[in-house]
Design a binder for this molecule. Structure first.
Ligand code: F6P
Ligand code: MN
Length: 303
C-alpha cells in the first residue's frame, strides 16, 4: 500500500468534515494513554440508566471540547449527554453523533473498545442514517485503527505504522465476503425470540463460527474483515434490543453497507428508519447481505 495519510484523504470531504474527523483522530494518543488510569465507575448514570464509567465521562468531555473547537459542529449528540449540545453561535454546518467509548463494559476485563461517529449535514437532527455524509470508528486495540465510510468507499487506516503517530491507509475498498465466516450473537439465548433462534440454526448450517467480544466496535470490525453476521436481536423482554439507533447502529450500518453488506432491524434497512428520539433503541442484524436478508425472511414468517 502506498504511503497515504488519513489527513490527505480527508481533504476530499471538505475542510469542515476533515476537521471533525481529526477532532477524534488527533485525540487518539490522549485517549489511549488515559485508558489504563481511569478504570472505575462514577456515581452518575447516563440517559439509558447505565452507571457511567469514569472513562465514558472523560472521553465525552475530550471529544465535546474538540468538536466545539472545530467551529464546524452545530449539534453534538452523545450517548453520555442527556440532551444534545447545540452550538449557541450557530456557526457549524454539521451534526455529529458519537458514542465516545463504545464497549465500556470491557474496561474491567480489558477487551477492546472504541469510538463510533456519524456525521450529518441535514437540518433535521434526527435524520435517517442513509443521509450521513461520513461515518467512522476508532478501535483502540493492540493495533489502533480508524475505519471510514463515505457511501462509496470503506477504508481502514492504522496508527503508528513505522513509528509515525499519523494514521496511514492500510486497506481501501473494503468488501464483506458473503456468507462469510463468523456470527456474533448478543443477548441471552433464553431471551431470544423463536425467529432469532431459527436464524441462529440457519447460520449454523452455513458453518459460521461464534465470536463475540462485547464491544460493538470490535464485533463489527471482525464482521467487516471476515464476513458473516452480528446481531443484538429483539428479545422476549426487550423487543427493541439493546443498541442505539442514532449513535451506534446508524454509523455502523453506513460502514457495513458501504462495504457491500446490509444492516436490518429485522423488517427493513436500519439506514431507512426515521429516528423519533435521540435515545431510541433498535434490534440489529448486520453483516453479509444474504445472511441478514435471510433473517428478514425468517422473521416475516412469524408475523
Ligand atoms: O454500547 C453498548 C454495548 O457495550 C456494545 O458495545 C456491545 O455490543 C453491547 O453493549 C454489549 O452488551 P452485553 O454486555 O449485553 O453483551
Ligand atoms: Mn456503545
Amino acid at each position: 500500500m502506498a504511503d497515504v495519510k488519513l489527513n490527505d484523504r480527508l481533504q476530499a470531504y471538505g475542510s469542515e468534515v476533515a476537521k471533525i474527523v481529526r477532532a477524534v483522530s488527533d485525540a487518539t494518543d490522549e485517549v489511549f494513554t488515559e485508558l489504563p488510569h481511569r478504570r472505575w465507575k462514577e456515581a452518575t448514570k447516563n440517559i439509558y440508566g447505565e452507571t457511567q464509567e469514569a472513562l465514558d465521562v472523560w472521553t465525552n468531555q475530550i471529544f465535546l471540547k474538540r468538536m466545539q473547537e472545530t467551529g464546524c459542529v452545530k449539534a453534538y449528540i452523545s450517548e453520555e449527554l442527556g440532551e444534545p449540545w447545540i452550538n449557541p453561535d450557530d456557526t457549524g454546518g454539521y451534526t455529529v453523533t458519537i458514542d465516545p467509548l463504545d464497549g465500556s463494559s470491557n474496561i474491567e476485563s480489558n477487551n477492546c473498545f472504541g469510538t463510533i461517529v456519524g456525521i450529518h449535514k441535514e437540518k433535521d437532527l434526527l435524520a435517517e442514517g442513509r443521509k450521513q455524509v461520513l461515518a467512522f470508528y476508532n478501535l483502540y486495540g493492540p493495533i489502533t485503527t480508524l475505519v471510514t465510510a463515505d457511501g462509496k468507499h470503506a477504508c481502514e487506516y492504522v496508527k503508528h505504522r513505522k513509528g509515525s503517530s499519523d494514521y496511514w491507509l492500510w486497506k481501501e475498498g473494503l468488501k464483506l465476503s458473503d456468507p462469510g465466516k463468523l456470527m456474533g450473537l448478543g443477548g441471552s439465548p433464553n431471551k431470544w425470540t423463536p425467529a432469532v433462534k431459527d436464524f441462529v440454526d440457519y447460520m449454523t448450517t452455513l458453518k459460521l463460527k461464534v465470536r463475540y467480544g462485547g464491544a460493538f466496535v470490535g464485533d463489527i470490525n471482525q464482521i467487516l474483515f471476515y464476513g458473516g453476521c452480528f446481531m443484538y436481536p429483539e428479545m422476549t423482554d426487550k423487543p427493541q434490543g439493546k443498541l442505539r439507533l442514532v449513535i451506534e447502529c446508524n454509523p455502523m450500518a453506513y460502514i457495513i453497507s458501504t462495504a457491500g453488506g446490509y444492516a436490518s432491524n429485522g423488517v427493513s434497512a436500519i439506514l431507512d428508519a426515521k429516528p423519533k428520539e435521540y435515545d431510541e433503541r433498535t434490534p440489529v442484524y448486520i453483516g453479509s447481505t444474504s445472511v441478514v436478508r435471510k433473517f428478514e425472511e425468517i422473521r416475516a414468517k412469524y408475523k
